[in-house]
Design a protein around this ligand. Structure first.
Ligand code: AMP
Ligand code: MN
Ligand code: MN
Ligand code: MN
Length: 296
């Protein structure tokens, strides 16, 4: 499908049931192909779980399927997400590191249950797990369980009053630095880009300085295209990427029915990530060193 300037659509940021999306990897690929995408990345939060099924669909579609992951990090005391594009889902160090993150996430989830119980919301593990189609349990599933038991009026209400980044029952589950994330990604053959910088920090945050620091830590690009950005914000991030020679990436952050109104490729309708981005990312993929070190 051609967009402005004749460039085909690509989408480098999507989720499946393996994190907090509602589509199976197969359904996601078929929807991407039906939308005419030239390339589609699956970037579930902190898991490689959906990638085998995702990549197995490649022969069925003309859309180029890009394996990815969205790693939860902390930067300057706030959550920051780092996307790894083109990671090898079987790379042993990344597999072990992500499994370790999964264990820390489980512990964090238990502590969030305790915090909710302290606030007289006696929600159980089983209630939260019942909202998750796969083993990864995120705050999205907490939010749904809280609505289900009547402790919140809507998922948004749950995030606002209880489990959002500034909420009383939120517990961060690890302290992965962007530098670690970039290294994990690079060592697995991928390219590291910061997800939705405009959404992660308060308005007025000095992204020019921060992005320079992140670049020095191994970050190679960031999302300059994102459905929630206004035209001014997009222009700001495009200029920042050009000035620092970082790749201006982007995607819809599609979560299927779990984030309504957000369509593959086009977001809320106006998103258009130029397909030339793909070639720039490709050129940054590291040569794969032989695997030697079993340490994580
Ligand atoms: P977790 O990785 O378990 O800490 O959960 C993070 C996920 O929760 C994010 O990726 C979003 O999908 C969701 N989330 C976080 N904050 C909000 C919010 N304020 N409103 C809606 N969803 C949110
Ligand atoms: Mn999410
Ligand atoms: Mn994110
Ligand atoms: Mn995402």
């Amino acid at each position: 499908m051609a967009g402005p300037g004749g460039s085909a659509l690509i989408d480098l940021h999507t989720h499946s049931i393996f994190s907090d999306g509602s589509d199976t990897p197969e359904a996601l690929v078929l929807a991407g192909a039906a939308a005419g995408l030239r390339a589609l990345a699956l970037t579930d939060h902190d898991t490689l779980g959906g990638l085998e099924r995702f990549l197995a669909m490649q022969p069925a579609v003309a859309t180029r399927l890009v394996p990815g992951i969205e790693l939860s990090c902390r930067f300057l005391g706030r959550p920051l997400h780092v996307l790894g594009l083109f990671v090898d889902p079987g790379e042993p160090r990344l597999v072990a590191r992500v499994a370790d993150m999964g264990r820390r996430r489980l512990e964090r989830n238990q502590r969030m249950l305790e915090r909710l119980r302290e606030r007289a919301i006696p929600i159980t593990w089983a209630e939260v797990a019942a909202q998750a189609p796969t083993e990864l349990i995120s705050r999205t599933h907490f939010a749904r369980a809280l609505v289900h038991r009547g402790a919140a009026g809507s998922p948004q209400d749950a995030f606002l009053r209880l489990i959002g980044d500034d909420g009383p029952c939120f517990v961060p589950f690890q302290e992965l630095t962007p530098e670690e994330a970039a290294r994990w990604i690079r060592e697995a053959g991928g390219v590291a880009v910061v997800a939705h910088p405009g959404r992660s920090f308060p308005r007025g945050f000095r992204w020019d300085e921060a992005m320079r620091a992140l670049q020095a830590q191994g970050i190679q690009g960031f999302e300059a295209y994102y459905p929630d950005y206004g035209p001014q914000e997009q222009r700001y991030f495009l200029e920042l990427a050009a000035g620092l020679d970082l790749v201006p990436c982007g995607g819809s952050d599609y979560h299927g029915d779990n984030k309504p109104g957000q369509a593959l490729g086009v977001g809320r309708g106006g998103l258009h990530v130029p397909d030339a981005i793909l070639d720039r990312l490709e050129a940054l993929r590291p040569p794969r060193p032989a695997y030697t070190d079993p340490e994580i």
